[in-house]
Write a protein that binds this ligand. Structure first.
Ligand SMILES: Nc1ncnc2c1ncn2[C@@H]1O[C@H](COP(=O)(O)OP(=O)(O)OP(=O)(O)O)[C@@H](O)[C@H]1O
Length: 344
């Protein structure tokens, strides 16, 4: 089912939580709604599910205006961070609850329970109490309970925030696998940019109730359209063009490669920067010199903090046992390919 969010706003007593949000999600796509705490992610999810009315704007499913439809009719299902499971019930009772209240025949319910438990790899856990499950198993049970009613749309509200890092990575792959297998249109709220990139067909970056960029994960990551997105996607080396000093070799090199007009920032990822020993530089006038002001070992990469006068840049070098590291205070020469720069 496709979703169209058309100029949706939400005001809470004069506070504007959503400001004219427009998004189109194709049938079967998973959209990650990515943004910091308080940016309006949950508000938007609740409006899509029908739990909350927008102040203005419309929600369309498959070309039909559902803005006035009540929650049940919309056939969405939510998966929450805190699982929202009934603690005193067994796995089976929790998962089958949605069908029981629809008064479906017992035998049919049992069949569906077993099907969805298999789908989330909880087969045979029917009679276990919810309290006895691990965090990951609870989230699987919550997902099974959402899937059993055969919703047309799945809405995930930070589903993995309560799990430790390793389990989060495993569970997000699991959610993606199940989502693709069923081909269900999904919206996945998260404030973790790695989770969004790993799981989504499209990412919508939100801040202060506005969608700042909406595109494929690789596009949002490699070519952010604004400084907030660049920063939120985890980038360093986001430089404001007006803060660069024109009388430097660095600036000349940037100018040769790119037209600055209409742009305010540049992004030069640390892995695009090549460092060499300054003493080997042949063309002194055009060499970009920098001083190592700190360094950090990040697993197989060494991240150097470099000072180029007022400008600070980070450069990543692959760590090899056979290579010696640059020392603090050492002068190095930096180079980069013009293609490695993104201006916005
Ligand atoms: N019922 C309400 N009355 C007034 N303000 C509200 C209400 N619900 C939400 N807000 C405000 O609207 C803004 C968006 O809230 P929302 O819960 O959608 O954010 P979020 O992005 O989901 O945040 P988080 O990641 O912390 O859950 C916040 O500033 C919040 O304080």
């Amino acid at each position: 089912m496709s979703i169209d969010i058309k100029a949706v706003t939400k005001d809470y007593n004069g506070f504007s939580a959503l400001k004219a949000v427009d998004i189109h999600i194709q049938n079967g796509e998973l959209l990650a709604l990515l943004g910091p705490s308080g940016c309006g992610k949950t508000t938007l999810l609740r409006i899509i599910s029908g739990l909350l009315e927008p102040s203005s704007g419309e929600i369309w499913f498959d070309g039909v205006d559902v803005t006035k439809w009540e929650t049940q009719k919309r056939q969405t299902a939510m998966v929450f961070q805190n699982y929202a499971l009934f603690p005193h019930m067994s796995v089976e009772e929790n998962v089958g609850y949605g069908l029981k209240i629809k008064r479906m025949p017992k035998a049919d319910i049992q069949k569906r329970i077993d099907e969805v438990l298999e789908m989330v790899e909880l087969s045979g856990m029917n009679d276990r109490s919810i309290q006895s499950l691990s965090g990951g198993q609870k989230q699987r049970a919550a997902l099974a309970r959402a899937l059993i009613t055969e919703p047309k749309i799945l809405l995930f509200d930070e589903p993995l925030s309560n799990l430790d890092e390793k389990l989060r990575v495993a569970m997000r792959q699991e959610i993606r696998r199940i989502q693709q297998r069923i081909g269900i249109t999904s919206i996945y709220v998260t404030h973790d940019q790695r989770e969004a990139m790993a799981i989504a067909d499209k990412i919508a970056v939100m801040n202060h109730g506005e969608i700042l960029q909406y595109d494929r994960p690789e596009t949002v990551y490699h070519t952010p359209s604004n400084a907030f997105t660049a920063d939120f996607m985890g980038h360093v080396n986001i430089l404001q063009l007006s803060h660069l000093s024109p009388a430097t070799a660095f600036y000349r090199k940037l100018m040769q490669a790119h037209a600055f007009s209409g742009k305010s920032h540049l992004l030069l990822p640390p892995n695009e920067i090549l460092l060499t020993d300054a003493s080997t530089a042949a063309d002194i006038t055009n060499t970009i010199f920098a001083t190592v002001s700190s360094r950090e070992l990040l697993g197989n990469v060494v991240r150097y903090r470099l000072s180029l006068g007022e400008t600070v840049l980070y450069a990543d070098c692959l760590y090899r046992v056979s290579l010696s590291l640059y020392e603090l205070g050492q002068t190095v020469a930096i180079d980069f390919s013009p293609n490695g720069i993104h201006l916005f």
